[in-house]
Design a protein around this ligand. Sequence first.
Ligand code: FSO
Ligand code: SF4
Length: 543
Amino acid sequence: MFCYQCQETAGCTGCTNSGVCGKSPELARTQDLLIYATKGLSIVTTALRAQGESVSPDVNHHITLSLFTTITNANFDEEVIYQRVRDTLKLKEALLKKTKNKEAMHPAALWNGTTKEELDSKAEEAGVLFTKNEDIRSLRELIIYGNKGLAAYMKHANELGYDDEAINAFMQRALAATLDDSLSAEALTALTLETGKFGVDGMALLDTANTSTYGNPEITKVNIGVGKNPGILISGHDLKDLEQLLEQTQGTGIDVYTHSEMLPAHYYPKFKKYSNFTGNYGNAWWKQKEEFESFNGPILMTTNCIVPPKDSYKARLFTTGSAGFSGCTHIEKDENGNKDFSAVIEMAKACKPPVQIEEGEIVGGFAHKQVLALADKVVDAVKTGAIRKFFVMAGCDGRQKARNYYTDFAKALPKNTVIMTAGCAKYKYNKLELGEINGIPRVLDAGQCNDSYSLAVIALKLKEVFGLDDINKLPIAFNIAWYEQKAVIVLLSLLHLGVKNIHLGPTLPAFLSPNVAKILVENFGIGGITNVEDDLKMFLGDE
Ligand code: FSO
Ligand code: SF4
């Protein structure tokens, strides 16, 4: 196997024996195959569009779900991936009949197979290392990972009835292009930046889907303690799943708690009507081995990040959507698109209430509408010097000790600075009690990783208010923590919006070849992190 798609990749170069995430070589091979088959299908759909034919939403959604399924920590069930490969080939074969010029197509578009042996025999061509030139490989993977992240956000928007043919067509064109040997490094660089453009469109679509369905996030205090009832813990990012779970738990005596990236659900007005929506339990995804154990009740994973479960709670772990783990119950949609969570609820009734591991409250809900409602206060604070600088510290948390840098950085920031966050990165500093400036908390949590879009909207609005011609003239620094492929689309989107000098840690992606990294450094000022003291001086211009 060879996988280097996430920040925790072995030795900062690539996982080759097994994944640090728990991915086996067999699972890695099957995921490579699924990506290969998805590229083949994308070549066919792109050709069909060029012929003037339309591609059905079912095919588009199949492609987005396949991409999402291969994101780090989403799905560890090899059988599910094999089945998706077979389904993808079946869809492709049917569409292939309608395409002209088959002879000119890449073999990925023409290949077919059904047995495990036939599928496995393709594995070598499907892997990352099949592209020999390291710069081309780097750009191809950067495009693929960006599109995996975008696919995740599209899937959530699709669940709420929102879609965009232009984004689907782009994702498929981009995937197809990663098998086109005629494309130069320059052409692939342009496609990478174009991915950022569609990243902005995808995050904007999801923002509209979420806020139109559940209202605009508002300042909210979230309980981090526990109640006396048994509970269900829901994690991942899918708000539609949460809505259905809340509906189905009404009157059952079961409380619902969020974990990790589901925390921001508490900020949406629509979820506040559920009296059993009790609070947030625990921290970021990587702490789940301890926290799922002490929670005592069933856990529903709606997306990544899954850590391979301990036997002690594996029977209590349920998955749905893109998430999967062999041996855990997976809940599918019925023919009407609804999910039946009664098995989860019945299990909860027989479980003990959660063990309290923390107490108190945390504050969040600072997405664009809420922050812009406070714009006068914010602008005043900047003009009077009460706020010297904003630090966008969005992104992901992870296992590596080096990430304590972000806690130390937050603690060391001068008291006249404000952190703007989104994604599970927040757990490194959202319980630190960093205080307020003129009533504005020093940690403003916009929401999930996709709500980094909100931070960009806020920055663009501030640019307008201050009459600036360049977003980089604002007193905002970007010190972002990344882990998996959704962070890649967030990064590419910020680049598209013209943000420069983003610092990325705790390490730069292993999939950036020295030449590709050089392009990003020279054109966008992308940099890594060093240590808190030196970085603070650099960000504050105190050298
Ligand atoms: Fe975190 Fe995992 Fe949201 Fe990621 S829970 S790491 S970037 O899936 O998607 O922030
Ligand atoms: Fe390794 Fe990350 Fe790939 Fe898992 S997802 S195999 S940890 S690079």
